[in-house]
Design a binder for this molecule. Structure first.
Ligand code: PMP
Length: 420
């Protein structure tokens, strides 16, 4: 198949008609910036590894909304479970239990690294991070938080306090109790953890920037320091979980034993928002004065819970094939590196997360993303904290197959030929 047909980004039919009709409702200036980026679409439908826009353009999805579509789009088992659930289920009352909620909590607890028996429901990842921090503060009676540079944990209160400095300052949520350290730096950890720290928030691999893998020694030392000071280790598995690192949870990859684990995105099966906070049982006991110290009306709809159960089952099944297909994509990146000497300096892979380091003198991740976009491939745009980054990332769906790798290779090869 010839994948090299360049898609026209000239003004065309329905995409532009959409902007003329609705653009102002999304903020005219904001929409102008989005359109100018060259990477935008009006989605129409999606299936498997592809999204089709309203003008009939087909895009290979190597972005997957950073993990929402880990099983691809409209996975048959997910859709079947959702349809079946809709026959009898609804959200359910925010205060009550249900059998599927029990089953999901048990499945999550059994799948997670040791001892995280208690599971609280949320809608989103940001909300789960905030809840995890509130629990850590309640449990320890402290407010200090350590987080790491070039990491992203969400867009609500505490999660924003760990985000890009531009957002922190205009939102007025610079929090002096929050301290940022260089990711993976053991010496910095040793100097920063003390009896004022409630929690350290960390990803198993730095997913939103460079795919950096600090390795098990970093997490072993972090565990030791948390135990010594009484700080809790909160692992953010929003992106690294649900198979992304080639294991169900990223914690397995780096042999991490957290006190609290946060999951979201992939649990949604791509069709129903759902997050979770898992913890050691002792932690929730800071709430025994009141069982609803923090709750969320739309957390764990009974429909979404059925979907999440199916998503866990399917992810487990698909992992061996996904890891094998990841090997093919790694080979393809090696081919690109050899064919375009001087442009790509290195390539990293952990499971199904890939990072390409470009020579910053030659090109940036955004240029590559835009050139791919014009050819019908979407990849994560760039690190939120660093839009000029020379590091591009690929997050293919776990249903990755040889034909997707070939499509990517043809189009990326063509794009790189015109860049740098
Ligand atoms: N943690 C990480 C690592 C994330 O990438 C994100 C979102 N991309 C979040 C937390 C927040 O999740 P949500 O967007 O569902 O609030």
């Amino acid at each position: 198949m010839n994948h090299n047909q360049t898609l026209s980004l000239a003004p065309t039919g329905r995409r532009d008609a959409f902007i003329a009709e609705y653009g102002r409702h999304f903020g005219a200036r904001r929409v102008e910036l989005i359109v100018k980026s060259g990477r935008w679409m009006v989605e129409d439908h999606a299936e498997g590894a592809h999204i089709v826009d309203t003008d009939g353009r087909r895009y290979l999805d190597f972005f997957v909304s950073s993990g929402v579509f880990n099983l691809g789009h409209r996975h048959p088992a997910i859709m079947a479970r959702m349809r079946a659930a809709l026959e009898t289920r609804e959200f359910g009352n925010l205060l009550y239990f249900s059998e599927p909620k029990g089953e999901l909590a048990r499945l999550l607890a059994r799948s997670a690294p040791g001892g995280l028996e208690v599971v609280l429901p949320t809608v989103s990842g940001s909300e789960a991070i905030d809840l995890a921090l509130k629990l850590a503060m309640g449990f320890t009676g402290r407010q200090g938080v350590i987080h790491f540079d070039n990491s992203y944990h969400g867009s609500t209160g505490y999660s924003t306090a760990m985000g890009p400095s531009a957002v922190r300052s205009w939102a007025g949520i610079e929090n002096r109790a929050f301290r940022q350290l260089p990711y993976g730096d053991i010496a910095a950890l040793r100097g920063a953890l003390d009896e004022g720290i409630a929690a350290v928030v960390v990803e198993p691999v730095r997913s939103n920037f460079d795919g950096l893998d600090p390795g098990p020694a970093f997490f072993a030392e972090l565990r030791r320091l948390c135990d010594a000071t009484g700080a809790l280790m909160i692992v953010d598995e929003v992106v690294t979980g649900m198979g992304r690192l080639g294991t169900l949870w990223g914690a397995e990859h780096n042999r991490i034993t957290p006190d609290i684990m946060v999951a979201a995105k992939g649990l949604s099966g791509g069709v129903f928002p759902l997050g979770a906070v898992l913890m050691r049982p002792a932690i929730i006991d800071c709430w025994t004065d009141h069982p609803y110290r923090s709750f969320s009306t739309y957390a764990w709809s009974n429909v979404g819970v059925e979907v999440a159960i199916a998503a866990l089952e399917e992810t487990r099944k698909i992992l061996p094939a996904a890891n094998a297909a990841g090997g093919l994509l790694e080979e393809a990146l090696g081919i690109l590196r050899r064919r375009h000497p001087g442009k790509i300096t290195s390539v990293r892979r952990v499971g199904l997360i890939f990072a390409i380091d470009f020579n910053p003198e030659r090109l940036r991740a955004l240029e590559f993303a835009t050139a791919l976009y014009g050819r019908g491939v979407i990849i994560p745009p760039a690190a939120i904290s660093m839009p000029t980054s020379p590091i591009a990332r690929l997050l293919p769906p776990l249903i990755l197959a040889r034909e997707h790798v070939e499509e990517f290779l043809d189009k990326a090869d063509d794009a790189l030929g015109t860049l740098g």
